[in-house]
Design a binder for this molecule. Structure first.
Ligand code: FEO
Length: 172
């Protein structure tokens, strides 16, 4: 059974993952509003991934005979100065999530919760990928500049991203 302290920390992370989902859906909506459907698609996929992250942690709490609590979150921002500004905000947000995951691992270690430590390793690896994928988009913006032609090219490329539901054995 999961300890109360670990359970509460996991429930807080469920909230943070759902906040991430909401933030990325808000970013997707903004990108739609400035006619960049490919970038909007990329963020929509990001939103879908965050929902799976939240559900994965929620399921872990229940599987360990804990009490999952779903909490509300603040409204995310709705506007950004530019697509680059938006992706820089997403990068900063992923760095914050990485620090939250690291703290969660610290709690699992302090609680001698080996099952949670192993479970969280997937998230530790995922954060490396999450930060790298947002950073790659920022680098594309910096390479191509903010010309309409550059934006059009990035928009076309990012429009190819497809959400792949995670395999049950691999987690989210
Ligand atoms: Fe669930 Fe983007 O971290």
């Amino acid at each position: 059974m999961i300890s109360k302290k670990m359970q509460d920390a996991m429930n807080e992370q469920v909230k943070a993952e759902f906040y991430s989902a909401y933030l990325y859906l808000s970013m997707s909506a903004y990108l739609e509003s400035i006619d960049l459907p490919g970038l909007a698609n990329w963020m929509r996929v990001q939103y879908q991934e965050e929902v799976t992250h939240a559900e994965k942690i929620y399921d872990h709490v229940i599987e360990r005979d804990g009490r999952a609590i779903v909490k509300s979150w603040d409204s995310p921002l709705t506007d950004w100065e530019s697509p680059l500004d938006l992706f820089e905000a997403a990068y900063k947000h992923e760095q914050l999530v990485t620090s939250l995951i690291n703290k969660l691992v610290d709690t699992a270690i302090a609680e001698h919760d080996h099952a949670s430590q192993i479970f969280l390793q997937w998230f530790v690896n995922e954060q490396v990928e999450e930060e790298a994928s947002v950073k790659a988009v920022i680098q594309q913006f910096k390479l191509l500049g903010d010309s309409r032609a550059g934006l059009f090219q990035i928009d076309r490329e990012l429009g190819q991203r497809v959400f792949t539901p995670p395999a049950a054995t691999q987690g989210a």
